[in-house]
Design a protein around this ligand. Sequence first.
Ligand code: GDP
Ligand code: MG
Length: 163
Amino acid sequence: MSLTLAIVGRPNVGKSTLFNRLVGKRLALVDDQPGVTRDLREGAARLGDLRFTVIDTAGLEEATDDSLQGRMRRLTERAVDMADICLFMIDARVGVTPTDEVFAEILRKRSAHVILAANKAEGAAADAGLIEAYALGLGEPVRLSAEHGEGLNELYEQLMPIA
Ligand code: GDP
Ligand code: MG
């Protein structure tokens, strides 16, 4: 059975950018059920010699009457329950926000394996955010730049022993 990795985190940290990088043109298995396609995207991912299914939690970016916190929690819990591993992404340039703390709490309670990734980490502007990321208590953050394709080796190193 194939391993499933869910990418979770607040809007705009770079989740979809990483999803697209891992999946490339192999976007597949899009569920046609109403609500599912929009909120969770699933694709066949490749990283080095690892093959796995990746889930992108989308749908948080859209404004609705429903509160972001509530949607975030439900969507994240759904993704976490579908996944073997969660990649929790923060924005290294922003550092750890109160919303990130909410995610960390959900993951600590609910997910067996969490990989912490501090994205947008290209350049020195990310150093303070990386130090903050350690304080989340979710292990050593992967220093990632999804946009520039940096840190994928580090991601591989953390993924490989679990996968
Ligand atoms: P999502 O809402 O978490 O899915 O975030 P997106 O993948 O849509 O990215 C949000 C914004 O961050 C976009 O403008 C991306 O181009 C930008 N972004 C994503 N990854 C990086 C990165 O590694 N470095 C920088 N500087 N920007 C990034
Ligand atoms: Mg997205």
